[in-house]
Design a protein around this ligand. Sequence first.
Ligand code: 1CP
Length: 348
Amino acid sequence: MTKLKNDLFLRACKGKPVEYTPIWIMRQAGRYLPEYRAVRKKSDFISMCKTPELAAEVTIQPVDLIGVDAAIIFSDILVIPEAMGMHLEMIESKGPKLHNPIRSMDGINKLKTIDPFEDLKYVLDAVRLTKKELNGRVPLIGFAGSPWTLMTYMVEGGGTKSFSEIKKFIYNHPMAAHLLLDKIADTVADYLSAKIEAGANAVQIFDTWGGILSPTDFEEFSLRYIKKIVSNIRRKDEPVIVFAKGVHYKLDELADCGADVIGLDWTMEIGKVRNKIGDKVALQGNLDPTVLYADKEKIRNEAVRVLKSFGKHTGHIFNLGHGILPDVPPENAKFLVDVVREESKKFH
Ligand code: 1CP
């Protein structure tokens, strides 16, 4: 096993001392980079995910170009429903489409029980190759969608603004919904364990749509299954990060879910959250992604505001409060990384 040359991210996840605050950016391997678009021009998105050489190449791009302290494997949360038998299509400038969305027990019964070592072997091959090519420069993060967020796509059949189909499903077919969530939770736990076995140094669970649920529904339909995953992941000391967007109302419960790190969106004051749950878990976040549209002075001020809010403590991983937007100038992302590196030294 190659020893990591930069393990700041892993140390911060465990609340250990660091020389500066590590930073990575959600969706850092993506469309805002001209170098990503050049690879993407020659290949469709799903083929890129399924070709380990291409996935490794774009995973490493932000390490070389932006200078982040961790890489995240290039893939998508929707590879799981695809492996379970749903037909996934990425429609240019519209987003993902899952054909024949699930609306009843019948749809659930048709789903395959998967073995990640066979059905998602291409992701594990991409993890192994990326680790080899990174050669210990920075840690590699593996990820999956939460059962709730994955079920939302499987029932809606793609992105949505109203969430009507998924809400109809949980209120009219609660037993079926729980059965499906449980099946996805087992699949995700196995998948993340396999990614760790293949070499991922940490894993993140994305609950992008947790925040569309009421507090009680969040406990019932999302948190319960996140907890199941966290306790079933086979790991040594690899940290687990849970990012649940819009879930400011369940911070205490999230801090007790077994994860090492809780990701915060930009609507919360990180210092206040640290006072509330910072002795239990490390925190990741939480600059407003649209700040990267602003000029350099504004980017610096806002980055320093986040650092100051968290204060002179360990256990902070700098990130945006959600994914980087496709039309952000790459030099602004690089500037943010440089600013965090320089300014955060004072806080350690
Ligand atoms: O045309 C393209 O190049 C496709 C754009 C794209 C990219 C670059 C999609 C389609 N997925 C990805 C990669 C991706 N997806 C990563 C890569 C690693 C990284 O750099 O971070 C990750 C972590 C994801 C995870 C993902 N996919 C999430 C959770 C994170 C989040 O941003 O909330 C979600 C919700 C998806 C679904 C998805 N895949 C792609 C799109 C456009 C979407 C969102 C669809 C929607 O609801 O509108």
